[in-house]
Design a protein around this ligand. Structure first.
Ligand SMILES: Nc1nc2c(ncn2[C@@H]2O[C@H](COP(=O)(O)OP(=O)(O)OP(=O)(O)O)[C@@H](O)[C@H]2O)c(=O)[nH]1
Ligand SMILES: [Mg+2]
Length: 443
């Protein structure tokens, strides 16, 4: 939907505006903040390459090109839907299609989310031409497509012979490396985890331990074969792409019937049941594997608004927790505690801006204080400096007179998660606080 695209762009621009303003905000901090500290803050936040790339990418991104290889019915199309969190119609691009491979764009309305080279795997393909083998044709096709990442899809419940596809991928990877002077990132996805016994458990956080154990065994089995065959992969992950769809008026439709619906209904399909397992993890793996920043950003943007906003918020949280940890590498004395506080306040403000709200640094600080039960105290920076130890103990009990890198990173990540639940998920402040309490004790 166009609407959706506008909204995503608007939220991103909103966040970027706040980021650009950060330097000015730091300059305008009360005089109690020493100049040295301000400089340190500016260097840390504005000097961070990853954060800068993220912000720059908002204006320059392109749909990632994904080379999908897997047998008919393994769930290639379903995986794309799962990654996008939407039913995306594949639009064929006729210029380079053979019987074994198909290039298409995944679209949500007129927004191109991804470009896919879809193949059924060499094991299933037949030579179409006596002069040139199916394999050579496919390799040619892949090179022409120039993927950002290759995904080999396997089935969790029946252990297919993967040797042929692994051998083929090795050739593709070699060819790709020779042509592009770049390594082709390869991610292996073991799909249909939900069908692993006991298969009646379809809700991801209700998978019993024995199901998870069996899933992991399959992953180890495939991993063994791949390693034995000498294929270098970036990662392997077991997922479920299961989504049941319904029309906006709540009528559930089976995947087989979707194509018979009017275009308007297809474009507006909603999730009736979300059985997606470890898809977020896969997205993180793909983000890491894709080397091109514009494509990386395109992957982040390839979803419905709520998912895009979450993805960005999580990414911001990761960056800022890292920054807080770095700052605290030399343990921060109490008097410098506002460095951490400002880093966190900026994080909270950026997360709020993603939710479509503009909040001041002061509001962000109030939010942070309220996590430690200091709401309404009206803490100023000067007060924080004076009462640093009290503040520290309220937020991270036992942190004593200095904050270690781990505590700073964990505490910041916990604040970020609380901010996501309050500003983005619309939870109450009590629920956000609960999230904070849970998160700060995580490993
Ligand atoms: N339970 C379950 N069903 C799945 C999953 N992924 C796909 N399916 C179902 O498996 C069937 C085949 O899925 P597709 O996504 O069409 O498979 P494909 O690999 O694109 O198949 P081709 O396009 O024919 O090569 C469909 O009925 C999907 O609904 C999954 O993770 N769990
Ligand atoms: Mg398909």
């Amino acid at each position: 939907m166009n609407d959706e695209k506008d909204k995503i762009e608007k939220r991103m621009q909103n966040m970027k505006k706040f980021y650009i303003k950060a330097g000015e905000l730091i300059d305008n901090l009360p005089d109690a903040v020493p100049k040295k500290t301000r400089e340190m803050l500016k260097d840390t936040i504005l000097g961070d390459k990853e954060l800068k790339q993220l912000m720059d990418g908002i204006d320059t991104h392109r749909p990632p090109r994904i080379f999908l290889i897997g047998r008919t019915g393994v769930g290639k199309s379903s995986l794309i839907n799962a990654l996008c969190g939407a039913y995306v119609a594949g639009v064929s691009d006729t210029k380079s299609c053979t019987e074994n491979a198909q290039v298409y764009q995944c679209k949500d309305g007129d927004r191109v989310l991804m470009e896919i080279l879809d193949t059924r795997g060499i094991a299933e393909s037949e030579s179409l031409n006596t002069n040139i083998s199916a394999e050579d044709m496919l390799i040619e096709e892949v090179n022409h497509f120039s993927p950002d990442v290759a995904i080999l899809m396997l089935n969790c419940t029946h252990r297919d012979d993967v040797n042929t596809d692994v051998e083929f991928l090795k050739k593709v990877a070699k060819n790709y490396a020779d042509t592009n002077n770049l390594r082709l990132p390869i991610v292996v996805v073991v799909n249909k985890c939900d069908e692993m016994a006991p298969s009646r458990f379809k809700t991801p956080n209700e998978y019993p331990a024995n199901k998870v154990t069996k899933i992991n065994e399959v992953v180890q089995y495939y991993k063994g074969i791949i390693i034995k065959n000498g294929l270098k992969i970036d990662d392997i992950v077991a997922v479920s792409s299961l989504i049941d769809w319904q029309t906006p008026d709540g009528i559930e439709v089976s995947v087989e019937d979707i194509d018979n619906l009017p275009v308007h209904d297809i474009e507006n399909l909603e999730i009736a049941f979300d059985g997606r397992y470890k898809i977020e993890e896969l997205l993180d793996i793909l983000e890491e594997a894709i080397q091109d920043f514009e494509a990386q950003m395109g992957l982040r943007m390839a979803a419905r608004l709520t998912e895009v906003v979450h993805r960005f918020a999580r990414h911001l949280n990761k960056i800022f927790s890292g920054l807080a940890g770095t700052v605290a590498l030399t343990p921060i004395p109490v008097s410098d505690i506002y460095v951490l506080l400002i880093i966190q306040a900026l994080l909270v403000s950026l997360i709020a801006s993603l939710s479509g709200r503009d909040i001041s640094l002061d509001t962000a600080k109030e939010f942070i204080f309220s996590m430690g039960g200091l709401a309404g105290v009206g803490y100023t920076l000067r007060l924080v400096a004076q009462q640093g130890a009290k503040f520290l103990n309220a937020i991270w009990p036992g942190s004593g007179s200095a904050v270690s890198a781990t505590v700073a990173a964990l505490g910041t990540s916990a604040i970020g998660k609380a901010a996501i639940s309050y500003y983005i998920d619309g939870k109450t402040i009590e629920e956000a606080k609960k999230k904070f309490e849970e998160s700060k004790n995580e490993k």
